[in-house]
Design a protein around this ligand. Structure first.
Ligand code: TRP
Length: 354
């Protein structure tokens, strides 16, 4: 296992909170957009990774068993991607009551119009063909602000599409701190977003975004033969009928992936060869596929290790979720005090730690 790169105890480091909906497997877009950042930063930050099963229900409420299966699949994806349970905390959202409570309090500070005009909500609603939105779906950015606020995270590594949600979280947390100043300083922490090296990866079909719901992804769990098959049918420059025609890498999904995952020096030659019509798409795809297979080899190895230990995955989730509940209780004690909601002590309630 890797050692922390700083000697500060984990709990005293600045905190990261980030997460994914439990709706299906993680793919290359996640890897380039935020997973690589999380893995890189987990030794400098106290990193919490949230399996957002409640947020998944905003679109998958008719299939809760599928969401439950995705919780474990997502945990396995994280561990395979290199999230190290020795330093990072993996959390199941629905088991942290503080998130639900804080969502209610924060919802007073967000207008319906702000949510209706949120560009990510609009895009997702259109993609899913929703003509009317449930209260839960329209409000999920508020719940996401609570995801970030319950543990007072400072940094949120995400893909580009999440930036409107981070902006909303910043605003609502700022407003909360203005309205309800704590006795010893602000109760909640205003977070910053952190975008990955490749903010958005195109889909295999050339559509703007790689996405499981669009069916155009290469998943982290895909075995080598599936990677070869998927890369084989990825769209390339449509104006290039023959290998000797000059190509345009800027309109090619295969080249976008090569740019995202191969070292820059190898790419200059490849770009020249494409533009000059010296190397055809079939060969270019073969190079990419073999590179991706190699890049994902350590993930396959870790996946096999954890897959054989389902009890270990459960233990990791129990430990992470238990820690998050404790952090949530601490924050909520301060929130209740700041909001004048500490009406009387209740039997069995531990004294306010703050
Ligand atoms: N909405 C995010 C996505 O679809 C997932 C998510 C839930 C999240 N809670 C979060 C991301 C908190 C960052 C912080 O990818």
């Amino acid at each position: 296992m890797n050692r922390p790169s700083t000697n500060r105890p984990i709990a005293n480091r600045p905190r990261i909170l980030t997460g994914d909906r439990a709706t299906g497997p993680l793919h290359l877009g996640h890897l380039a957009g935020s997973l690589a950042n999380r893995v890189r930063l987990q030794h400098e930050y106290d990193t919490l990774v949230l399996i957002a099963d409640v947020q998944a229900l905003t679109t998958h409420f008719e299939r809760p068993e599928g969401v439950a299966a995705s919780v474990r699949a997502l945990a396995l994806d994280y561990l395979a991607a290199g999230i190290d349970p020795e330093v990072a905390t993996i959390v199941v959202q629905s088991l942290v009551p503080a998130i639900a409570e804080l969502t209610v309090f924060l919802s007073m500070l967000v207008t319906v119009n702000a949510l209706r005009h949120n560009p990510t909500i609009k895009t997702e609603a259109a993609e899913r063909g929703y003509s009317d939105l449930t209260y839960g779906f329209l409000g999920y950015p508020v719940s996401q602000a609570a995801d970030i606020a319950f543990c007072r995270a400072e940094l949120v590594p995400v893909g580009e599409d999440q930036l409107p949600h981070i902006e909303l979280a910043r605003k609502v947390i700022r407003r909360f701190n203005e309205l309800y100043p704590g006795k010893d300083g602000p109760v909640l922490v205003e977070p910053r977003g952190l975008i990955g090296a490749v903010p958005r990866l195109v889909g295999l079909d050339g559509r703007a975004k790689m996405s499981k719901s669009l069916g155009n992804s290469i998943d982290l769990a895909d075995p080598p033969e599936v990677i070869r098959e998927k890369v084989g049918r990825a769209v390339t420059d449509p104006s290039r009928a023959r290998a000797t025609d000059p190509g345009h890498p800027e309109v090619c999904a295969v080249f976008a992936y090569r740019r995202a995952f191969e070292p820059a020096d190898a790419l200059n030659d490849a770009e020249g060869a494409c533009r000059g019509g010296h190397v055809g798409c079939v060969e270019c795809k073969r190079t990419l596929a073999e590179h991706l297979i190699e890049r994902l080899a350590p993930l396959r190895e870790r996946r096999a290790y954890y897959q054989a230990k389902p009890r270990l995955i459960t233990d990791i989730l129990v430990a992470g979720t238990t820690r998050a509940r404790r952090l949530g209780d601490e924050t909520m004690a301060a929130v209740r005090r700041a909001m004048s909601l500490e009406h009387f002590p209740l039997e069995g309630t531990p004294p306010n730690p703050l």
